[in-house]
Ligand binder design. Structure first.
Ligand code: G6P
Length: 465
């Protein structure tokens, strides 16, 4: 295989400046954690934003960051200015695409300035990538922040093999059509040779938009466009199974209450408020479980400058304190709430302690936390409750599947998980373990990359059409 370049908005490492000191830490989020192991193992280059505004780092410091990241992490940093961060990242990426693709039409903003910045920053990424490109380079672009990049590369490098993977849902045509710049986004994506999604539903939605918006025909999952063939397929992302499965059990004493764990980035798509309300319904409906069960709610700070995230943060804190105030006693609190990021090792010890993992996003491209939880329980105990609107649910049908809007349904799901027969639980988990072991992150990346490597550019002449 030729050398592969990964490109994503966020690098797997984040650089912060504390005084004059540069601090490098791991990035959070599904993409960074999921691909990390593959990147390290295969020694491939990763190009992306290190999370720091270039306005805050002098040219010398930027040079120093570049040296450190290239040497120690195989990463090439793309420096975004504060204006780019405001308009391209917080603006078009997270105020337009993110809400729309997660079915939050009412939160979707249409602002020409942010769209212009999105175009400009995609061009800027192209400029950063260009020096590394040769005809036989294989380039794998990730996620919704860089949907114009495939075509920008294709315009100047017709022979380069370009893959694109979307880590969030691709919405139904009825949602996607609302976007003013839908044609440009689709044309940007079609610069790729291979376009991947987590599930077949997202593939279908994408194909439907291609047909209706661009008027293109396709055979199965192959599109003919600009005298090229583009393949589209589902590649459900896996986890580094062995890493999670082989962690030693923590020595921490098992608490006397049953633990329901909830772990997310702070995001309105994750259904955290609805989940808290469902937990409250559970305490109300099944009073015998009060003092016997507690919810460990971990929320990792994310996108803190966006107002919706800040409002959500306050909403969660209010609800947690209402529920604790109402149902708590002097020696029992229903909810333990932590607004912090944890590293993977700590998370695994929380996974291992938890009797239930409650994952109820309103929409989620995949949700790797659900997979990590199952893989971490080496005794096959512990039950996953997951909403049907998470991509991962289609691969984890042995878990308890709920509707994230239905508090009664989730409350019943919790009761069912708490009362599940041990043998039943173990056999369900064993089936899921087998699946996660086989379809791990390495399988995912290898499958995508071998499909991409096998692409042959047959330039169809105009007369052949
Ligand atoms: C999701 C997205 C990623 C993103 C991550 C963290 O997993 O699919 O592209 O990196 O969230 O969000 P952030 O905005 O902090 O990069």
């Amino acid at each position: 295989m030729s050398k592969t370049i990964f490109v994503s908005n966020r690098l797997p490492v984040t650089v912060q400046k504390k005084g004059d000191e540069l601090i490098v830490s791991k990035s959070i989020g599904g993409l960074a954690t999921g691909l990390k192991s593959f990147h390290e193992q295969a020694n491939n280059l990763w190009i992306g934003w290190p999370g720091l505004s270039s306005d805050k780092a002098s040219l010398d410091e930027q040079k120093e960051i570049k040296n450190q990241l290239t040497k120690n992490y195989n990463c090439h940093p793309v420096f975004l200015s504060q204006k780019d961060i405001d308009l391209y990242y917080e603006g078009f990426s997270n105020r337009t695409i993110w809400p729309l693709f997660h079915y939050f039409a009412e939160k979707t903003e249409h602002d020409i300035k942010t769209w212009q910045s999105y175009q400009k920053v995609n061009q800027f990424f192209y400029k950063n990538i260009k020096p590394y490109l040769e005809d036989d380079t294989v380039i794998w672009i990730h996620d919704y922040q860089l949907m114009l990049l495939p075509q920008l590369i294709r315009n100047e490098f017709p022979k380069v093999k370009i893959g694109f993977f979307l880590h969030i849902p691709f919405p139904s045509y009825e949602l996607f059509r609302l976007l003013i710049w839908k044609t440009e986004i689709l044309e940007g994506l079609l610069g790729a040779d291979l376009i991947g999604f987590h599930t077949y539903d997202y593939v279908r939605h994408f194909m439907s938009s291609i047909r209706r918006i661009l008027n293109l025909t396709h055979q199965f999952y192959r599109i003919q466009y600009n005298h090229r063939t583009i393949s589209v397929d589902a590649f459900p992302m896996g986890i580094d199974y062995e890493f999670f499965a082989n962690q030693k059990s923590s020595k921490a004493k098992k608490p006397k209450e049953k633990i329901i764990l909830s772990v997310d980035r702070l995001d309105y798509t994750k259904g955290i408020v609805e989940r808290l309300k469902a937990f409250q319904t559970f305490l109300k409906r099944y009073p015998k479980y009060r003092t016997k069960v507690k919810l460990h709610l971990i929320v990792a700070p994310s996108r803190a400058n966006l107002e919706t995230y800040d409002t959500l943060h306050r909403q969660i804190e209010k609800l947690v304190s209402e529920i604790n105030g109402k149902y708590g006693t002097f020696d029992w609190m229903p909810i333990w709430y932590l607004y912090q990021s944890f590293d993977q090792e700590d998370l695994i010890s929380y996974y291992k302690q938890a009797d239930i993992l409650l994952v109820t996003p309103l929409r989620d491209g995949m949700n790797l936390i659900a997979k990590e939880y199952i893989a971490s329980s080496s005794d096959y105990k512990g039950m996953l409750i997951i909403s049907e609107t998470a991509g991962a649910a289609s691969e984890l049908s042995e878990a308890i599947i709920v509707n994230p809007n239905d508090a009664e349904n989730i409350a019943l799901g919790i009761k069912e998980a708490l009362e599940m027969d041990q043998e039943d639980m173990i056999s369900r988990n064993k089936i899921m373990h087998e699946r996660l072991k086989r379809y791990n992150v390495e399988f995912w990346a290898k499958e995508f990359l071998s499909r991409l490597n096998a692409v042959e550019h047959q330039v169809i002449s105009k007369d052949d059409d």
